[in-house]
Design a protein around this ligand. Structure first.
Ligand SMILES: Nc1nc2c(ncn2[C@@H]2O[C@H](COP(=O)(O)OP(=O)(O)OP(=O)(O)O)[C@@H](O)[C@H]2O)c(=O)[nH]1
Length: 413
């Protein structure tokens, strides 16, 4: 069973189930099922147009694209499988080498709709069949994976070649470098590797006159939460409504006495927004573990044999009290999104107020969905830089209305 720090008491209620128990840590370890093992059938199904948060008219060719590139065996397919398909990290040992571009549609919620293209490591940009205009043209982010456990000089050459080629075609691409497989490295060595890769990659770009290319670096491993955190940041940059979501979360936490709030995509456990206070890894891990607990308990005890109910639905909600006086509180926002917040136990005394504020928050999120869908109907859909800016402006104008609505509804805790 995966470690759940400080969990001393948990109450969870999901689809058709109510459960309350107290147990010590030893009992939890002996519980006989793996909390980290997200049920594999709990995944992205076909999107239900009538469900909460309709997806809007994005057809697959128009969805922002995230490209996964890097040398052979650097870990590209493993990342995609672990983050979006619930593969356990150990199973990736048996993945075969990718020999053609694999396109994966991630259509899980209104905000998070994109395609991931997993490239074979040996791809040759100078091959006549490589259509760089088509591949880089509609690309939102390019994730370049470097194996930090291997000699990375060849990877740096390939990184340079890749980003300069992509930048020539599309100036709006965001370049994200995953310094990957850092699980085998000491903390000092990790930092040193990141510094060295950062310096060399940027020097190479400056030497060839590409100072304007900005690279973001992330230390990642599929064996811990770092890969989910890094992917959260990549995906967030593709969500034009991010400032609106952050603002709504800021208003929610300041009116409800919360310390931190994350808006999670439940299936992948990437967070699509959080309030503007800094994210510490431990809080993020706690919230991820909470989602695992809720879905597992709901799958085991919440589903009735005779219905086709989902493990996460409008009744999904959970409170976990930690033994350090902190509360984790999860509420369903829509079919694919959950709000997970961290707050002090004293501030949870007036749960009614928090719940009321949450309903205001959920309404506001719903309005953002509706606005986005209206924009999609009226605006031509492209994924380039300029269209993102345009929809950002629309969102900003409407943000004032959203904030006013939430402020009017929010009750100070
Ligand atoms: N230690 C460690 N190993 C990893 C990690 N991620 C992937 N691997 C391993 O790296 C090996 C290669 O992974 P793949 O995902 O097949 O690599 P790829 O980049 O898709 O390879 P190609 O398809 O040949 O381009 C596998 O044995 C994985 O188990 C990681 O974070 N840490």
């Amino acid at each position: 069973m995966k470690f759940i720090p400080n969990l001393s008491f948990a109450e969870c209620w999901g689809e058709g189930c109510f459960m309350s128990y107290e147990q010590d840590e030893d009992d939890q370890y002996n519980a006989g099922y793996d909390v980290g093992s997200f049920p594999k059938d709990f995944g992205y199904g076909p999107f239900d147009q009538d469900g909460d948060g309709p997806p809007g008219p994005l057809v697959s060719e128009q969805k922002p694209r995230i490209l996964l590139m890097g040398l052979r065996r650097s870990g590209k397919s493993s990342i995609q499988k672990v983050v979006f398909h619930k593969m356990s990290p150990n199973e990736t040992l048996f993945l075969e080498s990718t020999n053609k571009i694999i396109k994966d549609d991630i259509s899980n919620s209104s905000f998070v709709q994109f395609q991931i293209w997993d490239f074979p490591g040996q791809i040759d940009f100078f091959d006549a069949t490589f259509d760089s205009d088509m591949i880089f043209g509609g690309c939102g982010a390019l994730v370049f994976v470097i194996d930090a456990q291997d000699d990375y000089m060849e990877a740096l050459n390939k990184l340079h070649l890749t980003v300069t080629k992509a930048f020539k075609v599309n100036h709006g691409i965001r370049f994200e470098v995953f310094i990957h497989k850092v699980d085998g490295l000491s903390d000092d060595y990790k930092m040193e590797t990141q510094r060295d890769i950062n310096q060399r990659a940027n020097d190479d770009l400056a030497d060839s006159g590409y100072d304007q290319i900005h690279l973001s670096f992330h230390l990642t491993s599929i064996y811990d939460h770092s890969i989910f955190e890094a992917f959260s940041k990549v995906v967030q940059k593709l969500i034009p409504q991010l400032p609106t979501l952050e603002n709504l979360l800021n208003i929610l936490i300041s009116n409800s006495g919360m310390e931190k709030a994350f808006l999670f995509d439940v299936v992948s456990k990437i967070y699509i927004a959080t309030d503007s206070s800094p994210v510490d890894m431990q809080s993020y891990e706690l919230c991820c573990d909470m989602i695992d607990v809720v879905i597992d308990v709901s799958c085991i005890y919440g589903l009735r044999d005779d219905t086709e109910a989902a493990a996460f639905d409008c009744q999904s909600s959970s409170v976990i009290k930690l033994n350090n006086g902190t509360i984790l509180y999860l509420r369903e926002v829509n079919k694919f999104l959950a709000l997970v917040c961290i707050l002090r136990e004293d501030n949870f005394d007036r749960q009614g107020i928090i719940d009321y504020n949450f309903l205001c928050f959920r309404d506001a999120i719903q309005q953002v969905f509706e606005l986005r869908n209206e924009n999609q109907v009226h605006l031509p859909l492209t994924t380039n830089h300029h269209s993102n800016l345009a929809s950002n402006q629309n969102t900003t104008v409407n943000l004032e209305t959203q904030n006013a609505a939430l402020n009017a509804g929010a009750v100070q805790n």
